[in-house]
Design a protein around this ligand. Sequence first.
Ligand SMILES: C[S@@+](CC[C@H](N)C(=O)[O-])C[C@H]1O[C@@H](n2cnc3c(N)ncnc32)[C@H](O)[C@@H]1O
Length: 343
Amino acid sequence: MKQFQTALDGYSLVTAQSISEHARSTVNNFTIDQTKEGEAELALILSLTQQAFETNAPVHGIMKALTERLQTLKNKVTPLTWTHLAALAQMHPVSSYLLQDPLTRWSFEKPRGYSGDAQLLDFIYEHPAVASQVKEASPLGTEIYDFTRQAASAVAVRERRDLLAGHVDAVASEKPNAEVLAIAAGHLREAERSDAFKSGKLGRWVALDQDPISVGSVSSAFHGSCIEAVNGSVRTILGRAQKLGTFDFIYAAGLYDYLAESVAVKLTERCLQMLKPGGKFLLANFAQDIGVEGYMETFMNWPLIWRTDRDVQSIVDKVKHPIADSTVTRGENGGVIYAMLTV
Ligand SMILES: C[S@@+](CC[C@H](N)C(=O)[O-])C[C@H]1O[C@@H](n2cnc3c(N)ncnc32)[C@H](O)[C@@H]1O
């Protein structure tokens, strides 16, 4: 598959290597015994999965067992041992079955050169933009996709998109011509679900992303509307290199999962500075207990910084900017944690 080059800004840990270096820097207790035990357990899990595929066992059951077993193993070992095991899993022949799923394959191959690009999200959104690739999948790949697109992480991401649209609509109903900024906007799919956008109630909606391909897609999809697609990054925001103006609502979804805490705190402070009085900032982060990290980090090669509610609260607590009100909550699915800050 063709690889596009995106100039990564070095602030977000969007490559498997950068995130594993992050894991290595935080925990360093790699014991030989644990490694050997983990390797043996992983080998068993993967050979049972392979046998199940070979004997045409029901796919939903195979995927459920694999996901749960990988999760149990991940929870048992240190982050460093897990990084080692994940690399072994990726080399196992069972991956030839799993990579028939278009979602697993796109995530694993990373055609844009980094994890979590907007097209990957389109497979999760079940968006028409990827319908032809979904249609081309083998019958087995289609069945595996039926499982992965219903995984807790995927359900939480679709819920997140709908919640974002709801927040934009709520801000628009309070403020005529509201100005909104989406950081790491991807394809801005939430705009397709916003009534305020469709009825022309917004002043402007700036969609900023580091990936020029995604910026180009937003620019052509929403040409002639109040949506402005901007190529920029955490680095350009923190360095004040772009004059974006001020906003009633700023949000970042699918970004904090790649930011070390120190960068997350700095970015939050900068976003609060860009708000108008009474404005709101929302950040979203995948929750640590979502239960599918094991599969995502192995066969999807999609490691993230999974956070607890306390970790998200810790980012908020470290912010040195006046905050009038703050809440840390979860959506109905519970897989994403949201911090909403009002200045
Ligand atoms: C998982 S997608 C989320 C897209 C969108 N917010 C959504 O929820 O569908 C992550 C996006 O973050 C962007 N991104 C990652 N690191 C970034 C950075 N340092 N600065 C700006 N954008 C970044 C990627 O290009 C990608 O579009």
